[in-house]
Design a protein around this ligand. Structure first.
Ligand code: ADP
Ligand code: ZN
Length: 728
């Protein structure tokens, strides 16, 4: 056998592969996971390339892991991702290298009803007993969800001997979804859309491997409740029939058990879930199943895009407009865009679903690069919610309150009719600003340029950027005033307090991503709301995302103007999307829905379009404005963020970058300017913005520029963000 040399990519911030000699008796192929010496340590790496040659000068590959190799299309995606984002290749590999999980799979415990009723029978306990009355074994979580209580209530009943625990077998991972399990009867429009999607999947499967094969991107543009999910399920069925795998990407919090169950109703079994809550041994089993092809469908958060599918035949990006798809730290990439790239490498169609497609996607449809199917009506003749503005200049809430009398009245009517209402405010905590009413002292973070936000639940002032927390003081640190420190403005916790005062006997749930219990708790609470165990829900934007609450008929937006005034070029689009999504939670069941939108600017184009329902006009005008300004998708942007522990050093490097920018025609470099968030976690920040015409090779320009500037010194770092979504 002739000597072989392996080019190994190591998941560290390194931009190139390293050469190693391969021992004669080691069978390896491109994609294999191997151990190699690097410096004084042994590291895991992936075989990127193998070639013949004498390896005398190189260190030797130490061994091969018994793990699924990384398939070629995924390796191509890593190369492409690194090229596009300018991240080191090894960092891009880090996203795709899912090492076997640590620790055992969590033991699943079931409970069943055995003992006498508890001594103290609260309404919550009563609901649990009712839900458990069939005598079946439930998991704690299922039972808690069914009863709309926290898992603590279940534990209490176990302690009292009313419920008994039983160990359950690990949940199976690879049951095969059955494309013909229960086929829904689709409306004509839905069927037409489903046929387009299914045909694309089937054609791509047939063409696999042949030259000129097609991998279309198709937008499913349908209003909230039109059956987009139902329709893309048919495309998944087509992938299953063709013997290929499917990936559904969704914002993390949308991966609720309600969603997984809905999939099971259609296909007879849940898909494999992949998100931050899936851990340890289970992660490893899903990974192995995906690599062997046994797992046919994965529903996952953005990291699922990098799973080693054996034969991926379809990617669905649900809620494609969602900003959470943009990864902002480490490798800055957009999950939707990378899903399209992966679709190309896998020869798999990509479906983008949204009620409020992004302008980028709309323009791609207009240019003929993406196909589009439309579902302009809600399923079953249901109407879209009736949306009205409440002009806060005329219909103002009382001092120190935030819910206007008209909205209070509607809340009363709704809850008295036994229906659910949602109050939406995109502000976490109790109050966004705390100040001393005597001297005007404002509390801000010592590490960041940001106000501290009071979280009454945690009894602390918290920084939303670095997590710094301090107690709310009794005296003002500036003037020594006693009891002069007051909260200013509302957050969801404060609204919840107001609701409690107004409707003390109604069941309330507050939903905010910062509450203890994490995503797990949020998933349970979303299930409880869907099951009807709340009358009034107060929530931040995470309630807006694709959930189905059948009995919710009223949505109140407390402050529609938040976000309109930020300097972000997408501010109007984002606000419109968010308001359209959140008002779309109303009336998805059999009863019609209404939405009331509190605003000081009812004539603002965003608010006016929302009220009049003229979404198309809004998008047309917004698209024209982007085109006129040369903003994406008509021009390209990249941001360079220079940060450092020393302000002068960071600024100096920003200036040095600007000096050697040498932009060619078609490219403009702006800055450095102090970032709107000038200080985060003790690091001072400056931004440069690159504006380029659409047909310029932005990556090549950036690469050469960074080489000219040289490596920053000291604590200074430069982060490159191609296609930035955030400008803070
Ligand atoms: P979207 O994803 O567009 O918001 P969904 O797919 O969630 O819409 O559908 C909204 C509701 O209508 C869901 O409760 C769904 O089960 C129901 N639905 C949609 N299409 C059908 C159908 N063809 N048959 C039965 N129910 C449907
Ligand atoms: Zn901070």
């Amino acid at each position: 056998m002739t000597a072989r040399v392996a080019e190994i990519l190591i998941p560290l911030a390194l931009d190139q592969t390293y050469s190693y000699a391969v021992p004669d008796d080691l069978e390896i192929e491109a994609g294999d996971l191997v151990a190699v010496p690097l410096g004084s340590r042994e590291r895991v790496g992936v075989v990127w390339e193998l070639r013949q040659g004498a390896g005398d000068n190189f260190k030797t590959v130490a061994g091969k892991f018994d793990a699924p190799p990384m398939p070629a299309p995924l390796r191509r995606l890593v190369d492409w991702l690194a090229w596009y984002t300018l991240a080191p290749k090894g960092s891009a590999l880090g996203l795709a290298l899912k090492l076997p999980g640590e620790g055992p799979e969590a033991v699943r415990v079931g409970v069943r009803l055995v003992g006498p009723p508890p001594k103290r029978l609260t309404p919550a306990r009563g609901r649990v007993l009712e839900a458990a009355s069939g005598g079946l074994v439930h998991t704690k979580r299922q039972l808690a969800e069914a009863a709309g209580v926290g898992v603590g209530v279940i534990d209490g009943l176990v302690d009292e001997g009313t419920l008994e625990t039983v160990a359950l077998k690990a949940e199976p991972i690879a049951e095969r979804p059955d494309p013909d399990f229960i086929r829904p009867s689709l409306s004509d429009r839905q069927r037409a859309a489903a046929e387009v999607l299914a045909a694309a999947v089937a054609t791509a499967a047939q063409d696999q491997g042949s030259a000129g094969s097609r991998h279309p991107v198709i937008l499913v543009d349908g209003v909230t409740g039109s059956g987009k999910t139902e329709v893309y399920f048919e495309a998944i069925a087509a992938a299953l029939r063709a013997g290929r795998q499917a990936l559904i990407l969704a914002p993390e919090i949308a991966l609720t058990s309600a969603f997984l169950d809905r999939f099971a109703e259609r296909f007879g079994t849940r898909p494999a879930a992949w998100h931050s809550g899936v851990s340890g041994r289970r992660r490893e089993r899903v990974l192995a199943g995906v690599a062997s092809g046994e797992v046919a469908v994965v529903a996952g958060a953005r990291s699922a895009l990098f799973l080693p599918f054996e034969s991926l035949g379809l990617i669905v990006v649900d809620e494609e407009h969602e900003a959470a798809y943009k990864q902002e730290d480490g490798v800055c990439y957009h999950t939707r865009d990378m899903a399209i790239v992966r679709g190309r490498f896998e020869n798999a169609p990509v479906i983008l679903a949204s009620a409020t497609p992004s302008i980028e996607t709309r323009v791609n449809v207009q240019r003929g690069r993406f196909a589009r199917v439309a579902l302009p009506e809600r399923f079953g003749g249901r109407s879209l919610p009736d949306i009205r503005a409440i002009d806060l200049r005329r219909d103002a809430p009382d001092r120190g309150t935030w819910i206007s009398p008209r909205l209070v009245e509607e809340l009363r009517r709704t809850t008295e009719a036994g229906e659910q209402a949602l109050l939406f405010l995109n502000r976490r905590g109790y109050a966004p600003l705390t100040l001393c009413r005597t001297c005007g002292h404002r509390f801000n973070c010592q590490n960041c340029s940001a106000w501290l936000v009071e979280h009454r639940f945690r009894r602390a002032l918290v920084c939303h950027h670095c997590g710094h927390a301090e107690r709310v003081p009794e005296t003002c640190p500036a003037c020594g005033g006693v009891e002069t420190v007051v909260p200013c403005g509302p957050g969801v916790e404060r609204i919840a307090e107001e609701v409690a005062t107004l409707f003390p006997d109604k069941r309330r749930i507050v939903l905010s991503s910062d509450f203890p219990g994490g995503t797990e708790r949020l998933r349970n609470e979303l299930a409880a709301i869907a099951a009807g165990h709340a009358d009034i829900v107060v929530g931040t934007q995470l309630v807006a995302k694709g959930h189905n609450f059948p009995n919710m008929t009223l949505v109140g937006v407390l402050d529609a103007d938040i976000g309109l005034t930020s300097g972000d070029p997408r501010a109007a689009e984002r606000t419109f999307q968010l308001l359209q999504q959140v008002t779309g939670r109303a009336g998805r069941g059999s009863k019609p829905g209404r939405a009331l939108v509190q605003t000081y600017q009812p004539d603002h184009p965003v608010i006016a379009a929302l009220i009049s329902g003229e979404a198309e006009r809004f998008y047309r005008e917004e698209t024209a404005a982007r085109e006129a300004a040369g903003l994406p998708p008509f021009g390209r942007l990249a941001a360079l963020i220079v940060s450092g522990a020393d302000r002068a050093e960071a600024e100096a490097f920003g200036r040095a970058l600007a000096r050697v920018a040498e932009p060619p025609p078609g490219i403009m470099v702006l800055g450095p300017a102090e970032a709107p968030l000038a200080l985060i976690r003790g690091r001072y920040r400056f931004r440069l913005l690159v504006k380029a015409a659409r047909d310029t090779n932005l990556q090549e320009y950036l690469r050469h520029w960074l080489i000219r500037a040289g490596k920053p010194r000291g604590s200074v770092r430069v982060t490159v963000d191609v296609d930035p979504m955030s400008f803070l």
